[in-house]
Design a binder for this molecule. Structure first.
Ligand code: NAP
Length: 289
């Protein structure tokens, strides 16, 4: 463990999966204004994937960016590939599947670059571990992407240690984007986060607020803790994540400005260990073993 800082140095990443849910950001000019406001607040990293809105989320982001191309240099753009959704499957089976073939990954990267109107992604992630993945082929394809300059750094998403270890021996992987929240605590308990820390893989936490669906018991506990700390429940839920090994970076899904401001205002909130365990217990329904 060298303690290298991860590639993503922001208090929050902004997730673009739900971009189409916000009609107020539908116009390119409005979305550009939003992106500029984020950058002014130090939130310059945006998490995309080729499948979000079947490519529409990247397209719309690109339309906004084309209005002010010089803004590109202030941004950190991350995208992912290897999931093929049912409507994208051209086979006779019309089935959701994964494709980690070299040709497919190269074409996906090029399509993301084209949609966003940029020459380079900062981070490129394999979206899901493909049971049919050939590690040697993926390693060569990703190495070529780095060498071509189309990608600044590499990562994975939803990979367990045995998955990423098969690539990390030969590839400079920098992050693993996993589901992580009070409601999805597995990686906090099963050693994944410690393994990632040892391998200098920065954890990025998707659905950090469980998509807004915390259980009632958890909401109650978050409310109690929030009141005791003069904070809000979502600030406490994000502080719970940041307390974990590797200091996971939450990927906020809401693009409502009030939610973003609230999350940012709580970025320095610290939880002591008993508070952390109290919340973990409220979410899991039982005490630590
Ligand atoms: N790698 C992967 O496999 C993967 C999978 C899923 C997601 N992701 C990434 O993770 C990002 C975040 O995922 P997510 O959208 O599920 O994350 P999230 O932040 O847990 O959930 C956001 C949702 O929660 C709602 N919400 C309810 N109360 C909220 C509050 N107090 N503060 C903030 N939001 C609140 C929001 O509604 P409002 O709109 O009303 O604010 C929004 O619909 C995605 O955009 C994507 O980039 C990655």
């Amino acid at each position: 463990m060298s303690g290298n800082p991860g590639p993503v140095q922001v208090p929050l990443l902004l997730g673009m999966m739900r971009l189409q849910d916000y009609p107020e950001l539908a116009e390119p000019q409005a979305l550009l204004g939003f992106i500029e406001r984020c950058v002014e607040q130090g939130l310059h990293a945006f998490d995309h994937a080729d499948i979000y809105g079947l490519g529409q989320c990247e397209t719309r982001f690109g339309e906004a960016l084309r209005l002010r191309p010089q803004l590109r240099h202030a941004l950190q753009l991350i995208s992912k590939a290897d999931i093929v959704l049912t409507p994208q499957d051209r086979s006779r089976w019309q089935v959701k599947h994964y494709n980690s073939g070299a040709g497919y990954l190269r074409a996906s990267l090029d399509a993301s670059l084209q949609r966003m109107g940029v020459e380079r992604l900062d981070g490129f992630l394999l979206h899901r571990p493909d049971p049919l993945m050939h590690a040697d082929e993926v390693i060569r394809a990703l190495e070529d992407m780095l060498a071509s300059g189309k990608v600044g750094w590499l990562g994975v998403s939803n990979f367990l240690p045995l998955h990423w270890q098969s690539l990390a021996r030969e590839l400079p992987l920098r992050c693993n984007q996993i589901e992580l929240s009070l409601q999805a605590q597995g990686a906090a308990w099963d050693g994944q986060l410690h393994a990632m820390q040892t391998a200098d893989l920065q954890p990025l936490a998707w659905s950090p607020l469980a998509g807004g669906a915390f259980s009632l018991a958890l909401q109650q506990a978050l409310g109690e803790v929030a009141a005791s700390l003069d904070a809000t429940p979502s600030q406490v839920a994000l502080a719970w994540l940041r307390r974990l090994p590797g200091t996971p970076v939450p990927i906020l899904g809401s693009l409502r400005w009030s939610r973003i401001e609230e999350a940012l205002a709580g970025a320095h909130l610290q939880l002591d260990a008993p508070t952390w365990f109290y919340l973990a217990q409220a979410a899991r329904g039982h005490e630590a073993p």
